[in-house]
Design a protein around this ligand. Structure first.
Ligand SMILES: Nc1ncnc2c1ncn2[C@@H]1O[C@H](COP(=O)(O)OP(=O)(O)OP(=O)(O)O)[C@@H](O)[C@H]1O
Ligand SMILES: Nc1ccn([C@@H]2O[C@H](COP(=O)(O)O)[C@@H](O)[C@H]2O)c(=O)n1
Length: 223
């Protein structure tokens, strides 16, 4: 059972995917964490992330390892735990430039496919291009959306006391990242033609989880 969950930033992909995987006994892969880890490695190794040629040359160097337990997902780069550093504002502001580089996408997509094919019990994979490019034959495809206001409010609540708490600034930053992710040439953020779109604006997280679990159970029953 392969479940692909895509959508723009802050629509609830990670929260939903982890919970669905835990509830159904599946593995879980956060592909955004892999692009973030690649970006963190580039920054810490002095690669100019605004130079696509430099990013392309370095793309094959870092060794990324993702742990797929939904209760405790992990990510290491060259053996070092990267789960904290990949969530900084610096990485968030630079990740779209790195993920737009075709050589980066080739390396990361290959890794994602190998993790998915090794997941014996099945896997929930979340990202931007899972249903369209990485796993186009996924059994269930979901595309989550939410209004810009709802997404900014969710993110601002999360950041409170840590970094920026301004909802308007958060909304602008999300819009900028989504525009870059949707506008890149290689494997942009997009809804697969056969994905079920779920607008989460007025749904609780629990309702979204139940919706996806139902889709997976219906698919299992139909097999
Ligand atoms: N339906 C919902 N209602 C209210 N809050 C939600 C809902 N879904 C997710 N959230 C909250 O919104 C925030 C963002 O969710 P999450 O990290 O799962 O989104 P995401 O789509 O994975 O974002 P990104 O792509 O930026 O990683 C979290 O704090 C989460 O708890
Ligand atoms: N399949 C994917 C997943 C992510 N990205 C890029 O990574 C960024 C961070 O993703 P988060 O889910 O952790 O917010 C995202 O903005 C994309 O640039 C991607 O390209 N493809």
């Amino acid at each position: 059972m392969i479940v692909a969950i895509d959508g723009p930033s802050g629509t609830g992909k990670s929260s939903t995917s982890k919970a669905v995987a835990a509830q159904l006994g599946l593995s879980y892969l956060d592909t955004g964490a892999q692009y973030r880890a690649m970006t963190w490695w580039m920054i810490t190794n002095g690669v100019d992330v605004s130079d696509p040629a430099a990013v392309a040359t370095a793309a094959g160097k870092p060794v990324l390892v993702s742990g797929t337990d939904p209760a405790a997902p992990t990510i290491t780069v060259d053996g070092a735990d990267a789960s904290g550093p990949i969530r900084t504002q610096e990485v968030t502001s630079k990740v779209s430039a790195v993920s737009a580089v075709p050589e980066v996408r080739t390396v990361v997509t290959e890794l994602q496919r190998s993790i998915a094919s090794a997941a014996g019990k099945g896997i929930v994979v979340e990202g931007r291009d899972i249903g369209t490019t990485v796993l186009p034959d996924a059994d269930v495809k979901v595309f989550l959306t939410a209004s810009p206001e709802a997404r900014a409010a969710r993110r601002s609540g999360e950041l409170k006391g840590k970094e920026a708490t301004d909802v308007a600034a958060t909304k602008d930053a999300l819009a900028k990242r989504d525009a870059a992710d949707s506008g890149r040439k290689t494997s942009p953020l997009a809804k697969a033609g056969d994905a079920v779109e779920v607008d989460t604006t007025d749904l609780t997280l629990q309702q979204v989880i139940e919706c996806v679990v139902t889709l997976v159970e219906e698919k299992r029953a139909a097999r």
